[in-house]
Write a protein that binds this ligand. Sequence first.
Ligand code: NDP
Length: 283
Amino acid sequence: MSRNFLSQLTGSFAMPARENPTVAMIEAAYQHHGLDWRYINCEVHPDDLANAVLGARAMGWAGFNCSLPHKVAVIKHLDGLGESAKVIGAVNCAVRRDGTYIGENTDGKGFLQSLLTKINPSGKSAVIFGAGGAARACAVEMALSGLSSILVVNRDPYRGQELVDLINKATMTKAQYISWMGDYSIPDDVDIVVNATSIGLFPAVTARVAINVESLRSSLVVADIIPNPPRTRFVKEATARGCQVIDGLGMLVNQGVISIKYWTGFDVDPAVMRKTVEDIFGV
Ligand code: NDP
C-alpha cells in the first residue's frame, strides 16, 4: 500500500518569534481537522529574510506568515500582492498560487471578520486610535467594506496624516486626522471605536487609552486589537459602559482562520483556535 509521509509546510518568519502563539493556534486547527500540515515558527533576522523566502520556495511551502519586522520588507521577495495588501503596503501572509508567492494581509481581514460579528461597517462612522501597521490594516479593510467616514486619532501627526491621505486616496471613505492631546471624547455620530495602538500590551497592562470614558455610549461597538491580555483596561472600561465589545483575540484567531483557508483551502473551526489562545493567555 502506498503511504504519503510528505506533510504540507507553512510557518512564520519574525524576530523575535518565541513569544508568538500563532504556531500553537494554527497547529491546533490542523490537528483538530486531521490535516497533515505543519506550521513552523522561525526566528529570521532581517538580513536573512531573502534567504528564508528562497528556502520556503525551495521546500515548496504552501505559504507563510510574516510578522514584525518583515511585513513591508518581504514584499520585494514576493511575486505579487493581493488587493488590500497593495493598498495597506504590508504583508502578513504569503500564499503559494500556481508556483508563485502572493502577499496578502489577513490582519485587517481578520479584524473585519471579528467586527462583523457585531456590526457591518458599511455606511457607518468610526474612530480609530493609532496609525501604525495594524491601524492601517484595520482602517483600510473597514474602508474597503464601505465605511462612510473615519477619524484617525494619533499622537504623531505625520503618521496620522499619512494614514488619512491613504484612505482618502485609495478608498471612498472620508478620513480626517485628529491630534491626540489629553483625553479624547468620542463624537455623538460615531458607531465604531477601535484601539489599534499598542497601549495595554503585556507587560504594560495598566496603561490607559486616553479617552473620556463617559463618552463611551452603550450603542457603540468598541474593539481592541491587543491580544495579550485579551481583557485590557480599555475592554473593561467599554464593557462597564455597556458597549458591545470585541477583544484582540477576535482579530488574532480570524487572521489565522483566513490564512489557513488561503493555504489549505479548508474552512477551520475558529472555536478550537480561540480555545487554544485563551488557554495560553489564561483567560
Ligand atoms: P506600530 O508600532 O506600527 O504602531 C503603534 C501605534 O500605537 C502608533 O500609532 C503609536 O502612535 C501608538 N502608540 C503606542 N504607544 C502609544 C501611547 N502611549 N500613546 C498613544 N499612542 C501610542 O505597531 P503595530 O501597528 O504593528 O501594532 C500595534 C498593536 O497591534 C501591537 O500591540 C500588536 O500586538 C497589535 N496587533 C494585534 C494583532 C491581532 O491579531 N490581535 C495583529 C497585529 C497587531 P505614534 O504613531 O504616535 O507613535
